[in-house]
Write a protein that binds this ligand. Structure first.
Ligand code: AMP
Ligand code: TRP
Length: 335
């Protein structure tokens, strides 16, 4: 049986990239029916940068509401907060002691996030991928559906698993090797203001992204103002070359209509961008606003969300405990 595990950080609002690159695929995998699915809200990861405790609690609830509104069914999948399962932090220390700093020095996300102020970045931001490896490995996850940007972190988790297996398990496959699942048409949704930067919930300009909490007018306005170029909409891949903003809008349209960027090119190629933008606006509003309203409805009953998170955490603790116990034993610890 497959065991699917994936997580998101509860920072600010989820954006279209989270939905198309990850969340939507979580729902598909859940509905395939032959797997145990665990979907975490990684609140411990969210404090690698300064945080406000009350805002964090609320953001975790909102993320849970977004998961459910997008189709994650708490009856089929476990939804939990990372901080409610102490094994994540426990295992992280054990993994930290077997992860060479050289492996972490290669992580591009740290370089991007720390920027020029490397010395001021927290130790947590640096060791973030080790905590992510713990998130995955304690559940013996077989598949991890994520966006393209997480590929490198997944490789690190696999390296840590292999290293543990070799050093502490006599070469046996104690930790399952997790497979990244990078699926769908939009594995890397780009900013609406700059086709070379990833759409991100932490980018400064709100106009660069579509949030799952945006209303119809806001979505339409952001798409209308999205950056394009002076040409007509490209009709094929060759014409789209070197035109990242055009390709991004066509890819988003393809993903939201369950087709492809090529199909969008065939439909809109040669026309003005305003035609594509109008169609994309209508489609995005039709697909996203039902999720937003469902999310708002769920957030009117925080006790219900808290109960779902409590149940999810209980399941997550039970599923991870045997692996944690055995890891402690293999490493020579008392339990
Ligand atoms: P994060 O917002 O960094 O917690 O990301 C949560 C999930 O959404 C991860 O699986 C990411 O790979 C995915 N994701 C985030 N931004 C994008 C994007 N712009 N395009 C595609 N996937 C994304
Ligand atoms: N690092 C991921 C991101 O920023 C979030 C994450 C943390 C994650 N732990 C995970 C994703 C475990 C998949 C599995 O997008």
């Amino acid at each position: 049986m497959k065991r699917i595990l994936s997580c998101m950080q509860p920072t600010n609002n989820l954006q279209l990239g989270n939905y198309l690159g990850a969340l939507r695929n979580w729902v598909k995998l859940q509905d395939d029916g032959d797997s145990e699915c665990l979907y975490g809200i990684v609140d411990l990861h969210a404090i690698t940068v300064k945080h406000d405790p009350a805002a964090l609690t609320n953001a975790t609830r909102s993320a849970a509401a977004a998961y459910i509104a997008a189709g994650v069914d708490p009856k089929k999948s476990s939804i939990f907060a990372q901080s409610a399962v102490p094994a994540h932090s426990q295992m992280m220390w054990l993994f930290s002691c077997m992860t060479p700093m050289g492996w972490l020095n290669r992580m591009t996300q740290f370089k991007e996030k720390a920027g020029k102020k490397k010395d001021q970045a927290s130790l947590g931001l640096y060791s973030y991928p080790v905590l992510m490896a713990a998130d995955i490995l304690i559940y013996q996850a077989t598949h991890v559906p994520v966006g393209d940007d997480q590929k490198q972190h997944l490789e690190l988790a696999r390296d840590i698993a292999a290293s543990f297996n070799q050093h502490y398990a006599g070469g046996d496959t104690f930790f399952t090797m997790p497979e990244p699942v990078i699926m769908g048409e939009a594995t890397r949704v780009m900013s609406l203001r700059d086709g070379t930067a990833k759409m991100s919930k932490s980018a400064e300009s709100d106009m660069s992204r579509i949030n799952l909490t945006d209303d119809a007018d806001t979505i339409a306005n952001k798409i209308r103002k999205a950056k394009t170029d002076p040409g007509a909409v490209p009709s094929n891949k060759e014409e789209a070359e070197g035109r990242p903003e055009a390709l991004n809008l066509l890819t988003i349209y393809g993903a939201l209509s369950d087709t492809s960027a090529e199909a969008s090119m065939a439909e809109f190629g040669g026309q003005q961008f305003s035609v594509l933008k109008n169609a994309l606006s209508d489609l995005a509003v039709a697909k996203l606003t039902p999720i937003t309203s469902r999310m708002n409805e769920l957030l009117t009953d925080p006790a219900e969300i808290d109960a779902i998170l409590a149940k999810g955490a209980e399941k997550a603790r039970a599923l991870s405990q045997p692996t944690v116990d055995e890891t402690m034993k293999l490493m020579g610890f008392w339990s």
